[in-house]
Design a protein around this ligand. Structure first.
Ligand code: ZN
Length: 323
């Protein structure tokens, strides 16, 4: 019998924690680090001993430096999610499988779309070899719980939940094959965060049509800006649905795309949403104490809010000209 059972993931992740009927004795903080990896995304989530990595940034050295600094070598990463098949998201992930690091990866999600890229092929070789060895479970974001349903909930050992919503099956561009991820703190009233890789207009309207608006709900405290602050990764409707109080943006100060686009910044301002950005602020750390009623905190390596960067440009994308 090879068909995975729908609740397998939850059961396995919870299995390392206290017995199912026991409550944690003390609140377990939820810590989200939007890592400064240059032009790309890499987001590390830790809660109660569970570790999740979303994307790995554009190069192995940058991610490797963070793995060293955070003491993750020799440990376990319970879940890795590659949002989509672009190098600024997958390239660094190869470092997880470097023999010298002795890192165990338990679950790996990606959309598994066909790709001729040799680096992605090598990453997939590493995944396949660990699947063969029995140490890793490989999941498809198009069927995230392997039960035919569009939504899969992964429960971390401290009680936080990561809701994985399948991407648009008809997405015409790798960016628009990014899934939506909603991170919910142990106390959902204290912290929620939305991360949708590089999803652009077509994909973000799909999330509403899916519909993820009523379930699991799109209203969040923090939005990881889609597509590094590109104007095509945001819309009035999207911000109305998400209604974040803070945006975090992962990018390099000087990049080939003019991120952050001035139209995106104007839209965030119009909705009265401040932002932090990794190129100016360094790694952004969000922390929810797990104590009911306590507001989450934000720490940045370099201060300054809603800053502009040296490479920010106005996009000529016609779909953004109205903004
Ligand atoms: Zn990207």
């Amino acid at each position: 019998m090879t068909t995975p059972r729908p609740h397998l993931i939850i059961a396995l992740l919870v299995a390392l924690s206290a017995p199912a009927n026991a409550q944690p004795a003390t609140p377990k903080p939820l810590i989200v680090r939007v890592l400064d990896v240059g032009q790309g995304d890499a987001i590390l989530i830790q809660n109660g001993g569970s570790t999740v990595l979303i994307d790995g940034g554009p190069n192995a050295t940058a991610l490797g430096n963070h793995l060293d600094a955070l003491g993750l070598n020799g440990g376990t990463i319970d879940a890795v999610i590659l949002s989509h098949a672009h190098a600024d998201h997958y390239q660094g992930l190869r470092e997880l499988f470097a023999t010298k690091r002795h890192i165990t990866v338990r679950f790996f999600w990606e959309n598994q779309d066909v790709s001729a890229n040799s680096t992605l092929q090598k990453l997939r070789d590493s995944i396949a070899s660990r699947v063969h060895a029995g140490s890793l479970t490989y999941r498809d974001t198009d069927d995230p719980c392997a039960n035919g349903k569009p939504l899969c909930v992964v429960t971390l050992k401290g009680g936080a939940k990561l809701e994985i919503m399948r991407p648009d099956p008809n997405g015409q561009d790798p960016n628009n094959r990014s899934p939506a991820l909603k991170l919910v703190g142990p106390d959902s009233a204290s912290f929620t965060m939305w991360m949708a890789g590089d999803a652009e207009r077509d994909a973000i309207s799909f999330f509403d049509r899916a519909p993820y608006h009523p379930n699991p709900g799109m209203k969040v405290d923090v939005l990881k800006a889609d597509h590094h602050g590109s104007c095509n990764g945001v819309s009035d409707a999207y911000l109305d649905l998400l209604a974040p109080s803070l945006v975090v943006v992962s990018l390099a100060g000087v990049n080939d795309y003019g991120h952050m686009h001035t139209q995106a910044k104007a839209m965030f301002r119009k909705h009265h949403i401040p932002w932090y950005r990794t190129d100016r602020n360094g790694t952004i750390t969000l922390r929810s104490s797990g104590v009911p009623g306590e507001k989450f905190t934000v720490d940045v390596e370099r201060k300054g809010k809603s800053l502009s960067g040296p490479g920010d440009k106005r996009s000529k994308d016609p779909s953004c000209t109205a903004h």
